[in-house]
Ligand binder design. Structure first.
Ligand code: PGA
Length: 254
């Protein structure tokens, strides 16, 4: 069965002490309220990660992720963080290709492909983000955009490596706007993504991949979104900054 995943993306929010406090609340609530089989992922700023890994020792219900990594193994890339560094600090996941990185840091599908490769090399699970802008949806090109984002960044992988990915569909027009894709709109795209994967690989591979929805997901709409056949969880921005909301979203799977 596919893994159900709720991942929080803190983005560039929470200073160090506020981040530690929020994470402690998340651990406590996760331990008290989530089933044994459930796990949430917290993708904090780099600065916090090592301390959060230490704070999380002995817990199985929370895992840590980064929001990005550099595509090179190491070297003269001032200000960057490598996949090796993340893995060696106990981080398990890494978000790759978030729309904010594509928009503000000019990340292309080709760069994402390299980042996915280096992440897999260091046994990190990439959470690869795809999704169309409002303009692209209005122009009716959203299926093509998603097809290309998938093909150019992931189809070089063997089936054996492809199944190690988590995919997140995040329509850019729904991120941080309070506008959520309707559950039917989201399901339509998730089913399309799975169909594309089945064509490129096999139905078995497509069935194994967790596809998360992201974009203004909150405790009120999570139930309906997660009830859709091809939605396996969420990538949560704003609502992951409140421990109560984040854990309530995870509990939508109960
Ligand atoms: P949001 O962000 O939940 O605040 O819309 C989602 C994301 O960007 O991952």
């Amino acid at each position: 069965m596919r893994k159900k995943i709720v991942a929080g993306n803190w983005k560039m929010n929470k200073n160090f002490s506020d981040g530690l406090a929020l994470f402690s609340e998340v651990i406590n609530m996760a331990n008290d309220e989530l089933h044994n089989s459930q796990q949430v992922i917290v993708c904090s700023p780099y600065l916090h990660l090592h301390s959060l890994v230490q704070l999380n020792k002995g817990n199985t219900k929370v895992a840590l992720g980064a929001q990005n990594c550099h595509q090179a193994e190491s070297g003269a890339f001032t200000g960057e963080i490598s996949a090796d560094m993340l893995a060696s600090a106990g981080v398990q996941y890494v978000i790759i290709g978030h729309s904010e990185r594509r928009q503000y840091f000019a990340e292309s599908n080709a760069t994402c492909a390299e980042k996915i490769n280096i992440a897999l090399k260091h046994h990190l699970t990439p959470i690869y983000c795809i999704g169309e802008t409002l303009q692209e949806r209005e122009a009716g090109t959203h299926f093509d955009i998603i097809k290309t984002q998938l093909a150019q960044a992931t189809y070089h992988l063997s089936a054996q490596d492809f199944v190690k990915l988590v995919i997140a569909y995040e329509p850019v027009w729904a991120i941080g706007t309070g506008v959520t894709a309707s559950s039917a709109q989201a399901q339509e795209i998730h089913a399309f993504i799975r169909e594309q994967i089945a064509w490129q690989y096999t139905v078995a591979v497509a069935d194994e991949i967790s596809i998360l929805y992201g974009g203004s997901c909150n405790p009120k709409n999570a139930d309906e979104l997660f009830a859709q056949a091809d939605i396996d969880g969420g990538l949560i921005g704003g609502a992951s900054l409140k421990s109560r909301d984040f854990i309530d979203i995870a509990k939508a799977f109960n």
